[in-house]
Design a protein around this ligand. Structure first.
Ligand SMILES: NC(=O)c1ccc[n+]([C@@H]2O[C@H](COP(=O)([O-])OP(=O)(O)OC[C@H]3O[C@@H](n4cnc5c(N)ncnc54)[C@H](OP(=O)(O)O)[C@@H]3O)[C@@H](O)[C@H]2O)c1
Length: 314
């Protein structure tokens, strides 16, 4: 994109952010509030950054939130900060890469809260900043962002409580994980076509894609194999999350009324958090907005990818 194009994109983004800041001032009308103070939302990786803000804003809107982190002392501190604001917050330790930790979190949710109504899969890692593109931590990035998210979804679905409006799962993803994005394009045309066709996406396709990438990282051949060009390991992990969101939306679509589970994903934008080294053009509060909006939609769609309170193509 040329300089003029970048300027126009920046103007469009700033105009949309301004519109959203106006929309955020409008309270949810009582008729659209499908939730109550008994509605329990758990947010992974929520003692800082975007996750903390998603939890805080959900609690401000009247949900009971469960914060999670790997380090309990930081988690308890975050929970206390929300309680000091008069919000309904609880805390449980959770490492999404550890089966035992995820199972014990699920047991705790069932015992303490009787299940779960909203799951926000926010926890994630990215080891590259600026123009770096190292794959040194590729295995951890894929394990956390993709397999950790998948583990949470599979473990928590049986605990999701029946309701008229449906339970909700929201995956915090990234535009960098688009199949045919402006900055990141998959070079493998056959794989790209499969990922763009709803009924070609399978768990095996996604798992094989990330396994092939990790194999190529090990043998050094990944560079010339058409993977996303920016933050390759991170972008691929989010591409896998996006594809898995669509796959699960299809798998969950035949649940009977009263037992529906709506699953979507979203990109928070480029946010000033520890992950970006505090670079970015919006705050965590602004970055959380579309996630909170998506969870609170009274008539939730399924399998959508949102950014700035709009649906994007994958
Ligand atoms: N910042 C951006 O510009 C941006 C853009 C697009 C998407 N995102 C996505 O937004 C989400 C939040 O990122 P952020 O910017 O807020 O970054 P952050 O401040 O680094 O937060 C990341 C969170 O993930 C948690 N986490 C990492 N590994 C975990 C694991 N194994 N188990 C449980 N929790 C784990 C961390 O928890 P601990 O406290 O336990 O370390 C932390 O709370 C991520 O999914 C990220 O990919 C961010």
């Amino acid at each position: 994109m040329g300089k003029a194009g970048k300027e126009r994109a920046k103007e469009r983004r700033e105009k949309r952010l301004q519109e959203i800041s106006e929309l955020r001032k409008i309270p949810y009308p009582p008729a659209d509030r499908w939730w109550s103070s008994d509605t329990v939302a758990a947010v992974t990786g929520s003692c800082r950054g975007i996750g903390f803000e998603i939890a805080r804003q959900l609690a401000v809107n009247g949900l009971r939130v469960v914060l999670t982190s790997r380090d309990p002392s930081r988690g308890v501190e975050a929970m206390s900060a929300l309680r000091m604001e008069g919000l309904d917050a609880d805390y449980c330790r959770l490492d999404i890469t550890d089966d035992a930790s995820v199972r014990s979190f699920a047991d705790w949710m069932l015992t303490k809260h009787g299940g779960i109504d909203v799951l926000v899969n926010n926890a994630g890692v990215n080891f590259n900043k600026g123009s770096e593109n190292s794959v040194e931590h590729a295995a951890e990035v894929i394990e956390t962002n993709y397999f950790g998210t998948k583990r949470m979804i599979q473990t928590m679905i049986p605990l999701m409580r029946p309701s008229t409006f449906g339970a909700r799962i929201l995956n915090v993803s990234s535009r960098l994980g688009r199949v045919d994005g402006r900055r990141n394009r998959l070079g493998d045309v056959a794989l790209k076509e499969q990922l763009l066709k709803e009924d070609c996406i399978s768990e095996n396709l996604i798992d094989q894609m990330v396994a092939d990438f990790l194999q190529q990282v090990n043998d050094g051949s990944w560079v010339s194999n058409g993977w996303p060009q920016v933050f390759t390991d991170y972008s691929l992990s989010k591409l896998a999350v996006n594809a898995y969101t669509r796959l699960m939306a299809r798998a969950l679509s035949n649940r009977p009324a009263g037992h529906r589970i709506h699953i979507n994903c979203y990109c928070p934008g480029w946010v000033r958090t520890s992950m970006t080294g505090w670079a970015g053009n919006i705050s965590a509060e602004e970055g959380a907005d579309t996630g909170v909006w998506a969870v609170l939609l009274s008539d939730s769609p399924d399998g959508n990818f949102f950014a700035e309170r709009r649906a994007l193509t994958y």
